[in-house]
Design a protein around this ligand. Structure first.
Ligand code: SAH
Length: 238
């Protein structure tokens, strides 16, 4: 039998109502009905076995049967900040970042950034994060936020222990990335890359320049590559 379908809800009680987008998904896409078992998630790190007790047009009522721990959330706290990308590339990066285990995602605009983000696009990115979290069995959904101002994006990473800036014009990383790291913020540019001033600003805020080798990677490749390396070093891909 297929694993029970997963739904995020605001709050867990003995009875939970499924409404809105999650209801539409359960009803119209998955065609679930009374008696079907599902898994509920409230973003707390736990998950709950539940059964659909009744189906109305505007809500499904679920009975919660049991609570279990979800051990799929990453222990390391990793924050990915990337420059807004053209077409659906930002969506691709968000999806891959959620699968690889980021806790938080920031999209920024910078000097050579050709794409823009509006409210609709940001909402779409958050939906992509939501779907990706369900698909890879995570217990929480990383939020995607947008920074119109590059300096504000960098400042949002202040509390992270390791701050890494993927810089395409560096010959060599300024420092290695330590194994066993538990907190890191990663900054990756858009298709247009970074200016020297942007790199200098980041260094002034404690970022360390990282090279991803001799070839220039596409922005979406760079995000996935750096994130994979960091997650591996954090012990999350082993
Ligand atoms: N337009 C730029 C390339 C931008 S690549 C140029 O022609 O030089 C997009 C982003 O991916 C960069 O800003 C950087 O963050 C990252 N990136 C790509 N290749 C990289 C490399 N070899 N080392 C470090 N970062 C890299």
């Amino acid at each position: 039998m297929a694993a029970p379908k997963r739904f995020f809800v605001e709050q867990i009680g003995e009875e939970v109502a499924l409404t809105g987008d999650e209801l539409r998904h359960a009803k119209n896409v998955l065609r679930l009905s009374e008696g079907d078992e599902v898994t509920l998630l409230d973003g707390s790190g736990n998950e709950y076995a539940a059964v659909i007790a009744s189906c109305a047009r505007d809500r499904y009522l679920l009975h919660v049967l049991a609570k279990r721990e979800n051990d799929r959330e990453p222990k390391a706290d990793v924050y990915l900040l990337f420059g807004a990308l053209k077409g659906d590339k930002s969506e691709l990066v968000v999806q891959k970042a959620v699968e690889l285990g980021v806790r938080r995602i920031g999209v920024f605009s910078s000097r050579y950034c050709a794409a823009y983000i509006n409210e609709n696009k940001l909402a779409r990115l958050n939906r992509v994060a939501h779907e990706a979290a369900k698909q890879c069995l995570r217990a929480s959904v990383p939020e995607v936020v947008y920074f119109n101002d590059f300096a504000a994006a960098l400042a949002s990473a202040q509390a992270y222990e390791h701050k890494l800036f993927a810089c395409e014009f560096l010959q060599k990383s300024e420092r290695g990335i330590p194994a066993g790291l538990s907190s890191a913020a990663l900054v990756v540019g858009s298709e247009g890359g970074f200016t020297q001033e942007e790199f200098d600003l980041a260094r002034g805020l404690g970022f360390c320049g990282v090279s991803l080798g001799k070839r220039i990677l596409r922005a979406e490749t760079a995000s996935v590559a750096l994130l994979s390396v960091v997650m591996y070093l954090a012990g999350e891909l082993q």
